[in-house]
Design a protein around this ligand. Sequence first.
Ligand code: F6P
Length: 552
Amino acid sequence: MTAMEVGSAPPLTERPTWKALEEHYHKIRHLHLRQIFADDPQRGTRLTAEAAGLHLDYSKHRVTDETLELLLRLADDRGLAERIDAMFSGQKINVTEQRAVLHIALRAPVGERIVVDGADVVPAVHAVLDRMATFTDAVRGGRWKGHTGRPIRNIVNIGIGGSDLGPVMAYEALRHYSRRDMTFRFISNIDGTDFVETTRDLDPQETLFVVCSKTFTTLETLTNAHTARAWCLRALGDEEAVRRHFVAVSTNAEGVAKFGIDPANMFEFWDWVGGRYSMDSAIGLSTMLAVGPEHFRAMLAGFHAMDRHFRTTPLDRNLPVIMGLLAVWYTDFFGAETVAVLPYDQYLKRFPAYLQQLTMESNGKHVTLDGARVDYQTSPIVWGEPGTNGQHSFYQLIHQGTELIPCHFIAFCQSLNPLDGHHDLLMANVFAQTEALAFGKTAGEVESEGTPARLVPHRVFEGNRPTTTILADRLTPEILGSLVALYEHSVFTQGVIWDIDSFDQWGVELGKALAQRIGGELQGDGPPAGGHDSSTTALMRRYLQSRSGSAR
Ligand code: F6P
């Protein structure tokens, strides 16, 4: 089914496949995981799937075989298999921007053919990867010198959104594989504190800025890049220094040249790569500088392994499809509003933040592909922190609060830092939490422990809290690639079911435009121009008074 056909078909909630799920939900909504597991002793091994080095356990979900069948029927009805093909074959599935969506081409091996507007894009992808590798080797090998002849020791990535979150997440995730004699830092916020604190102890002679911006028009990034330029020139005193201390990653060569970065120092990507899907493009230059070209290519191979799985595996064994359909099940039928992503690995501490943009900027949409207002819930809110830290903070609410919060537990069987006893205890907590969330503790069990009657209700765990567990052997560059691709394709699956454009982001525009206008007013001489509401006007006045030192 094409996007147009989906758009003109009956709305999602009126389709028989949706209605069947609604009816089924009413039948099973009180069914407890205790019962579901008791009825099927094989469930814990049966409802699992493996691909690209990842093991997915989805047995602790409030689903029966019938639920899964109905969800798969919904996927068929929405033409999911055809939509996957449409994405992989370069059709312009980003309909509001008339663009192909081809992050999968960024990790396609040499020799694969992916055609956009009549041209195979894979050779260009590899040409940029080769340039990145040559540059990376020169910097890491000390052959790329700063303006005063010193080697580069500090890499500072300047970018925001997809031009920051992916690079930071990947750097943190792969820190184990990174050069320990170099520093890698990230500046994103327009708050001057970010720049000042990040550069405080850096020597400009040894610092290289990687300015990442798909559009090269983003206010935060350009402001920070100009500040970086001034910081550099203040110390090095010569315009020529920019050539040795700044490189750019962008689709906008003109903007890069206008900023003053030599186009020879620009690494290109393309409009068919969305910002939040770009960490494996040249936007990953800081990642490559940190871990080296070989590890970077290994990460791409992991992405590609998951891409192949997503494209070729039947939907009922397809990891991203299963995860995507489960997200729809909880969001639209149980009314769950959030999903907690809980990596039990300190290296993945920025993974939830990365997934927030990937998921919510993609699927936080209120109209369908053809512009009709949806009458169902779209993207869940994604949040999370690494375990076990979260256990001593917000898990109380997940266990005993009134919100239903499906959780993703992500863990690795082998530690990269195997300190005596730590890893078994870390993993014990993963298994304990998912068991506790699913099965809880009944009043009878609490009483039988001798708990005073008045405390029994407080100590009861209802359980029936759904969890996904994703296990891999070790956190390697390959596995990071597979894991990110798993979530990318799960987000796509959800977007197909919801009939929305997962690849545009019009919702960020209004705030940007207003900030530009208000910024002009704040920087002007007079009082704020009219035209704002009374609250905004009063807040601006209060700010201006304080700024001019007259506030009490
Ligand atoms: O404002 C949102 C956004 O457009 C994101 O989609 C994007 O990742 C980010 O800003 C940064 O954009 P750019 O890479 O063009 O600077």
